[in-house]
Ligand binder design. Structure first.
Ligand code: C5P
Length: 238
């Protein structure tokens, strides 16, 4: 398990339609002061070479591809991510215990083992949406159940909203990463995020790592924006 207390807590979400603007941004960032997230859009456009380029520049990369398939396929995909040298990779907890344990065991057999975390219930889904696909009860109850299943399956943590973090943290203990998007510095626009929280409030709610995109990537001076957020959370102690 990574010692999160000494690690940079901010993961910058690189959501660009092409490599050039992403690399422009990355050129101004220090790998010691933040991590990077590559999601489905950039990976689908640019492929593994782009990820390897970021890793080659010394960044910890969270490959946010949210795998969900039969256990053998997900385990193989996680191993392929490990081969790219990524720091963290994720899957959907709703793929089930067998899928999660098979992926974790495959990663444990490798010399470079990325952290493996799970998405519980997508924050875009409400009660009606999850009922339509067969989940019973409120989204929050399903988040808690799937967080427990993720922990029991030996994974390193989950992605959750800062609001869910407060509910989940007491149930999973300290040694389990809670990675939260939906974070907005007090001064920033909310963009299309509805249920947002400031970085400091998210950490106080139990988050370990904060995924932040547009408040940094769309800022006139991204480096200055990152530093401002780092100052906002500098005094935080767990
Ligand atoms: O620009 P912004 O800070 O909203 O970016 C947040 C990042 O976190 C995006 O890459 C988005 O896809 C991701 N994310 C999210 N909400 C979730 C899961 C992932 O905003 N529930």
């Amino acid at each position: 398990m990574t010692d999160v207390a000494r690690d940079p807590r901010i993961i910058v979400a690189l959501d660009y339609p092409a490599a050039a603007p992403a690399l422009d941004l990355v050129s101004g960032l220090d790998p010691a002061s933040c991590r990077l997230k590559v999601g489905k859009e950039m990976f689908t456009r640019l492929g593994p070479a782009f990820v390897e380029q970021l890793v080659g520049r010394g960044f910890d990369v969270f490959l946010d591809l949210k795998f969900h398939d039969i256990p053998n396929t997900v385990a193989a995909a996680c191993a392929a991510a490990a081969d790219l040298g990524v720091w963290m990779v994720n899957l959907h907890a709703s793929g089930g215990r067998k899928m999660m344990t098979t992926a974790r065991e495959r990663l444990e057999s490798l010399s470079h083992r990325p952290l493996l975390i799970a998405v519980t219930i997508l924050t875009s889904l409400g009660e009606k949406d999850i009922a339509e696909v067969g989940f019973v009860g409120a989204p929050a109850d399903n988040v808690v159940r799937l967080a427990r299943l993720t922990r029991e399956s030996g994974l390193d943590g989950i992605v959750c909203s800062p609001l869910e973090a407060a509910e989940v943290r007491p149930l999973v203990g300290r040694d389990f990463l809670l990675v939260t998007p939906g974070v907005r510095p007090a001064s920033a626009a909310r963009d299309d995020q509805k249920r947002v929280m400031t970085p400091l409030d998210a950490l106080n709610n139990g988050a370990d790592m904060l995924v932040i995109g547009r408040p940094i990537t769309a800022a006139d001076d991204p480096q200055a924006s990152l530093e401002r957020i780092q100052r906002e959370i500098a005094g935080f102690r767990r």
